[in-house]
Design a protein around this ligand. Structure first.
Ligand SMILES: Nc1ncnc2c1ncn2[C@@H]1O[C@H](COP(=O)(O)OP(=O)(O)OP(=O)(O)O)[C@@H](O)[C@H]1O
Ligand SMILES: [Mg+2]
Length: 234
């Protein structure tokens, strides 16, 4: 579902964020991206979302070559993805409810459907009691769950999560990872950047390691062999 062919991303001036990366990620996989700070993890995710374009090489997502995707088609590409950014990016002056339903609203989903989707998604992340709170009134873990609910509400095929457990205590981090695991079991492809080796081992199926923009390891973690991910989706 995601293919990188000799992809490089070089920011001015000569800052190599990704260097000649070739990799294929299958539908339904739970892939964890590792690498030290500055290794290129966020860049990797941003390229898939077309928040950045490669300096060289090609990226194909669901059979679409992103290099030839006209800008006006980018919103369609993004509709198939749920994205959890490294800094959550919640809208501070909107409530939890409004943050989570914001995207379906601008996509024209009718109010009744929005309400049904939002109720289900917020319940899933355990936020039903905070619907009217503003982000500043929530803990870090709660804000993170709002960001995840927002990414999941439109039932994406693919979830890109950039350090979704960054700055959370171990207990909350595990809760968040369990949530991703559950979404994965329902067939969603997950690509998640994480600094935490323990969480990676426990929850990931496949580990990609970046080092100074190069893909230096690609390991099967093999802990999730009972997963039913991808069943019936091909
Ligand atoms: N918009 C940008 N302009 C210039 N350089 C950038 C930009 N974004 C990233 N870089 C550089 O590209 C390299 C890779 O950055 P990236 O954010 O992908 O790393 P990362 O692995 O996500 O790091 P972290 O773990 O700290 O989040 C870094 O050297 C960074 O300084
Ligand atoms: Mg990053």
């Amino acid at each position: 579902m995601i293919e990188f062919f000799n992809v490089s991303k070089i920011y001015p001036v000569n800052r190599v964020a990704l260097a000649d990366v070739t990799v294929r990620i299958e539908r339904g996989q739970f892939v964890v991206l590792a690498g030290s700070s500055g290794a290129g993890k966020s860049t990797f995710l941003r390229l898939i979302y077309r928040a950045a374009v490669p300096t060289a090489g090609q990226i194909v997502v669901n059979g679409r070559n992103l290099g030839s995707l006209p800008s006006k088609k980018v919103p369609y590409l993004r509709r198939t993805m749920g994205v959890v950014f490294q800094d959550f990016s919640l809208i501070e002056r909107k409530t939890v409810w409004d943050n989570v339903t914001f995207l379906p609203k601008i996509l024209g989903v009718d109010a009744k459907t929005r309400r049904r989707l939002a109720e289900r998604t917020l319940e899933r992340v355990g936020l039903q009691r905070h619907l009217d709170s503003y982000p500043a009134q929530l803990s870090g873990g709660e804000q993170q769950r709002v960001a995840i609910a927002r990414a999941l509400i439109s039932k994406p095929d693919l979830v890109l999560a950039d350090e979704p457990t960054g700055n959370l205590d171990p207990h909350l981090s595990r809760g968040i990872m369990h949530l991703f695991s559950e979404i994965h079991r329902q067939g969603t492809t997950i690509l998640l950047a994480s600094h935490d080796p323990e969480l990676r081992r426990e929850f990931g199926e496949r580990l990609l390691v970046l080092d100074e923009g190069r893909l230096v390891a690609d390991e099967e973690l093999g802990r999730r062999t009972l997963s039913t991910a991808g069943a019936g989706l091909e």
